[in-house]
Design a protein around this ligand. Structure first.
Ligand code: GNR
Ligand code: NI
Length: 168
């Protein structure tokens, strides 16, 4: 078990495109466990491997109140089922303290492997659909701030850069 460091915007490593997992082995299962530990410790509902500087296509999510519903998505493939947009006030552990409304397709299908390497398909709606799309974006080097105006994005970037300088 280990807590991993979460990269913060505008760290350029968050722009890395993650590679597919070739084999769901014990090493991958260890990464998944460390990602859950890190996500729960940070009070997040999801975490993509990119955020902890591991550039493989691995996502963990738990949107339950009780924090007892682990969902693992390895090599996720997404299909938009309903292009009708749904807006949600999104936050991100890599953009701490900032929330902005983002529109995404309301209904998607996601095919992925679980931590045992077994394929499964879900058709999430609501918060789970939002979260999965947010996490898959991370694996492609994308952040929710890419959907907001450049003025707002630069304001957030400057505030976080200032915080990072103060911490250094
Ligand atoms: O903890 C998180 N909450 C959240 C709220 C609305 C939309 C998306 C998210 S994901 C975020 C954790 C995170 O940064 N995952 O990448
Ligand atoms: Ni995020």
């Amino acid at each position: 078990m280990a807590l991993l460091e979460i990269l913060e915007f505008p760290d350029p490593r968050l722009r890395t495109k993650a590679q597919p997992v070739a084999d769901v082995d014990d090493k991958i299962r260890q990464i998944v466990e460390d990602m859950f530990e890190t996500m729960y410790d940070s009070k997040g509902i999801g975490l993509a491997a990119t955020q902890v500087n591991i550039h493989q296509r691995i996502i963990v999510i738990d949107i339950s109140e009780e924090k007892n519903e682990k969902n693992v998505f390895i090599n996720p493939q997404i299909t938009i089922l309903d292009d009708v947009p749904d807006s949600y006030d999104e936050g991100c552990l890599s953009v701490p303290g900032f929330y902005e409304t983002v529109e995404r397709p309301k209904k998607v299908r996601v095919e992925a492997l679980n931590q045992n390497g077994e394929a499964f398909t879900i058709e999430p709606e609501g918060l789970l659909a939002v979260c999965i799309q947010h996490e898959i974006d991370h694996l492609d080097g994308k952040l929710f701030v890419d959907y907001i105006s450049p003025i707002k994005r630069n304001r957030i970037r400057k505030k976080l850069e200032k915080q990072h300088r103060a911490q250094a």
